[in-house]
Design a binder for this molecule. Structure first.
Ligand SMILES: [Mg+2]
Length: 133
């Protein structure tokens, strides 16, 4: 099996990176990850709670979105207490001319959301258990 098809390996990598840098860069999608794009009354509070936890342990959060109305996204995030440090921009401590936004991991309803959600919760638990946070 390819190394990172084993969720334990990607989870351990995140723990190691947090211990080394004291932060993780987490990119999160907007539509259908924290925002009910199709207005179907769907709730996205578990991802919101996870983002709040990540912010409280010094993670750097990038909203990674295809939404064109930047101000709408920012005001929605603020009104719903969804923490974010940047929108579609690399962190200032990671200078890059690459068009891919740098992150240690990505929360996206189109890219294995459940695995990354579980991994990040498990990372927090491991860091707490070993008193890193
Ligand atoms: Mg989406």
């Amino acid at each position: 099996m390819d190394y990172y098809l084993n969720p334990e390996n990607s989870s351990n990598r995140l723990v190691d990176e947090y211990i080394k840098y004291g932060t993780l860069v987490v990119a999160f999608d907007f539509d259908d990850t924290v925002y009910d794009f199709h207005k179907k009354g769907r709730i996205y509070s578990d991802v919101t709670k996870l983002l709040q936890k990540l912010k409280s342990i010094n993670c750097y959060l990038i909203c990674w979105t295809g939404q064109e109305d930047v101000e709408f996204v920012k005001s929605y995030l603020k009104e719903n207490n969804i923490p974010f440090d940047a929108e579609n921009e690399n962190p200032p401590f990671h200078k890059s001319t690459s068009r891919k936004i740098y992150a240690n991991t990505y929360l996206d309803d189109r890219a294995g959301l459940k695995q990354v959600f579980d991994e990040l919760n498990s990372v927090i638990k491991t860091l707490l258990t070993h008193k890193y946070i």
